[in-house]
Ligand binder design. Structure first.
Ligand SMILES: Nc1nc2c(ncn2[C@@H]2O[C@H](COP(=O)(O)OP(=O)(O)OP(=O)(O)O)[C@@H](O)[C@H]2O)c(=O)[nH]1
Ligand SMILES: [Mg+2]
Length: 464
């Protein structure tokens, strides 16, 4: 690796000029500069050494397998990554349990905020709100105040790691909406959070991180509002209004309103299942290292989780180089939904287009493409509730509106795109998944692991 700053005297080079020391440098500055340069050289040498090792390992065929998880926003990428963590690093996964509580609380507040917005939204077709429900609505107003406190809790050091934007429920005709919190990496915010928890403040219940003496503490506010939230969620008028506005809160990412009693209890600790259901949007790309074992072979994997929102997709491309496999998540239950970032685009259509551009990409010719048709649990429910696939996918025509036929049809469509658009002929690996179910997901991950490791072993023995 070239060391900038150690080679001087190139007067014509503007970069060298800009970083060279002043002609009359005081001796203390000179010493500090020389020390800094020595340290920089040491770091540079270490990086060179690591790169050398990586290249040697690569030649021997033992470099880490590189796997990218791709798909649109809310497709389940970070949830799939949590499954990898649960399988390969269960202790670390468990140690981070408490950090997820604030995310779950924020998810609850978001659902309630959306319902309250729907009740306040203008619209003559909505039923009249009974006086008792109005009182519940009023008593729940402190909940909306804790959104900011919760966001700050997720970002105790005030870093750029965490961002919060307001969702604008355009369909409701309102200016303001609940908060959507997003993070840059899957681990930074958690370690900042646990550092705060380990400061040992006496007044705080460290197991729960809840200061019960503070009336504004989110955990305490949620606990106090629990009964009213349940009343709101179970009210038939509320359900009529939500139905009229076509708002299916139970399908929202991070839905916990059916478990309010448990999740708002004073000593609540998120379960594995809760963590898999918690929603925290990803910004940027984060790398995660796992050691995978298959038939007595052990291999390092680097798994990359990315942000799926449209504006974040350009950041995927630098990671396409040398990638062994892409797991592409297409949430098929979203066939009747539009993108949050662009309400003109149907989500399933977006998944087809994205899949199509990935299978065609020349940089990915050598890459295994594995499709997860995800959220099949929601898909089953939706079709059973009578939402018609043919209303959104015209080519489905009069085929039966059941899960078996619908999923087989969509799988064929994804497979067809691969066959038609891929520049090389390749195997189509397609799975029906529900990545919030850790049991079936770990079974699928094990299958993929075995296929990739066997394939890589075959390649290595050809090389040797
Ligand atoms: N019911 C159900 N929910 C799922 C499934 N997969 C993911 N989810 C939920 O969908 C939400 C979104 O999942 P994420 O993993 O955060 O989505 P993402 O693809 O990482 O989204 P971005 O970070 O915005 O790109 C989470 O609340 C998950 O719990 C599934 O198969 N079934
Ligand atoms: Mg994510």
């Amino acid at each position: 690796m070239a060391m900038l700053g150690l080679t001087r005297g190139t007067d014509n080079d503007p970069l060298a000029r800009a970083i060279s020391p002043p002609k009359k440098e005081p001796s203390t500055h000179k010493e500090a500069r020389i020390l800094a340069e020595k340290q920089a050289k040491m770091i540079s040498d270490q990086i060179d050494e690591e790169l050398k090792k990586e290249r040697v390992a690569e030649r021997k065929g033992t470099r880490a397998l590189k796997v990218l998880i791709l798909g649109q926003s809310e497709s389940g990428k970070s949830t799939l990554l949590k499954n990898f963590q649960l399988m390969c690093k269960p202790r670390a996964f468990g140690a981070e349990r408490a950090s997820w509580r604030a995310v779950i609380q924020l998810n609850i507040v978001r659902s309630i905020h959306l319902i309250l917005d729907a009740l306040s939204a203008p619209g003559t077709a909505s039923p009249r709100i009974p006086a008792e429900l109005m009182k519940v609505k009023q008593r729940l107003s402190p909940l909306l105040q804790v959104e900011d406190t919760l966001t700050r809790k997720l970002n105790p050091t005030g870093s750029d790691e965490v961002e919060a934007t307001r969702l604008v429920p355009a369909r409701l005709g309102l200016k303001d909406g609940p908060k959507e919190v997003a993070v840059h990496s899957a681990s930074g915010w958690k370690s900042a959070f646990s550092r705060l928890m380990n400061t040992g403040r006496d007044s705080i219940d460290t197991l729960n991180d809840v200061d019960w003496n503070d009336p504004n503490e989110p955990g305490a506010v949620l606990h106090r509002c629990s009964e009213d939230m349940t009343k709101l969620w179970q009210d038939p008028v509320v359900h009529q209004i939500l139905e009229k506005r076509n708002l299916r809160i139970q399908e929202l990412a991070g839905f916990f309103l059916d478990s309010l009693d448990r999740v708002t209890a004073p000593r609540y600790m998120p379960t594995d299942d809760d963590i898999l259901r918690a929603r925290l949007k990803t910004l940027g790309v984060s790398e995660h290292r796992f050691t995978m074992n298959s038939s007595s072979i052990s291999r390092d994997w680097r798994v990359y989780d990315v942000g799926g929102q449209r504006s974040l997709r350009a950041a995927w491309i630098p990671f396409f180089d040398d990638v062994d496999a892409i797991i592409f998540l297409a949430p098929i239950s979203c066939f009747d939904q539009v993108l949050e970032e662009d309400p003109k685009v149907n989500r399933l259509e977006d998944s087809f287009n994205l899949w199509s551009s990935i299978v065609q990409n020349p940089l990915l010719r050598q890459t295994n493409l594995i499709l997860f048709m995800n959220k099949i649990d929601i898909m089953r429910q939706k079709l059973a509730n009578g939402v018609m696939l043919k209303d959104y996918v015209i080519s489905y025509q009069d085929r039966p509106n059941d899960f078996e036929n619908a999923s087989a049809y969509l799988m064929k469509k994804f497979g067809g795109i691969l066959k038609q658009k891929s520049p090389v002929s390749r195997v189509f690996y397609g799975h029906l998944t529900s990545v919030t179910d850790p049991k079936s997901t770990s079974y699928i991950i094990s299958n993929i692991r075995d296929v990739l490791m066997r394939q890589n072993l075959a390649k290595t023995s050809l090389i040797v």
